[in-house]
Design a protein around this ligand. Sequence first.
Ligand code: TRP
Length: 325
Amino acid sequence: MRTLSGIQPTGSIHIGGYLGAIKQWVELQNKGECIVFIADLHALTTPQDPKTFSQKTLETAVELLSSGIDPEKCIIFVQSQVKEHTELAWILNTITPIGELERMIQYKEKSKQFKDSVNVGLLDYPVLQAADILLYQVDSVPVGKDQSQHLELTKTIAKKFNQKYGETLKVPEALVLDMGGKIMALNDPKKKMSKSFPETCLFLFDEPEVIEKKVMTAVTDTGKTIEYDTAKKPGISNLLTIYSLFSGKTMKELEKEFKGVGYSKFKRRLAAMLTEKLEPFRRKKKELMQREVYVKEILERGRKRAEIIAQSTMAEVRQKVGLLS
Ligand code: TRP
């Protein structure tokens, strides 16, 4: 079984993204062939600073490697370094109706959010994503729930290509991961934790003082008891979810452990547990940030391995479409 997933280099990895996606990718490495890439071309559809952009790409690679992505088990590379992504995207553009793209939820949201820079790339984003996936003939794509519409479109495009030109592209299955969707913002348990609001978001690589500060100022609910009840106690429930997912303890065990314990003491224990559990992530990131040459070598090796698969698909696509060889 071959799986593939991508991440944009648009900011540090937070615990929601880690639990919701990357942790599963790490587990998949041991089960089959795993491909992970940094979607830098996708990130260009929203404003980026050219002075720092390549550094962010490298930092995202470092963060993936620090979160358990193992270059011995997994192909890890940068999207823009494998030219076949844009080449296939162009061909897929020619069979994708504009109407399909205009009704994508992410496009509608982003074109509202970036009103002054609604570019063609933003609309075409899902077609590039389809190319990312279809180039590698993958069985499944582990993604967050917010990406399931893009995955549906990818399947539609693959089927359409195969119908028009003959069986060529493997139709992938989405493996929708919903766990990270359960992690809410620390200041508002009704909203999903998001890196756009860094003060209310716990990053995987936050320093101990920062973890402590963020956890201690997280909103709690009226009352005193530590109970999992998302309707009555959304704040405490969110903290319990985080506690449970990082400690491996069940809600029942935690409720028992914290019976009679006040909010503030509970939070201090949570901060201490997180600080300890996240220490290996911080250590690895600090180490790799000093080893740029080594990280670039890993990405270069990944590029070469990815290219072999991508070029083989593209050769077939070119021939099927009737491009001059
Ligand atoms: N759109 C994805 C996101 O924002 C990133 C992505 C780009 C991706 N290409 C992909 C994910 C291909 C899975 C497969 O999360």
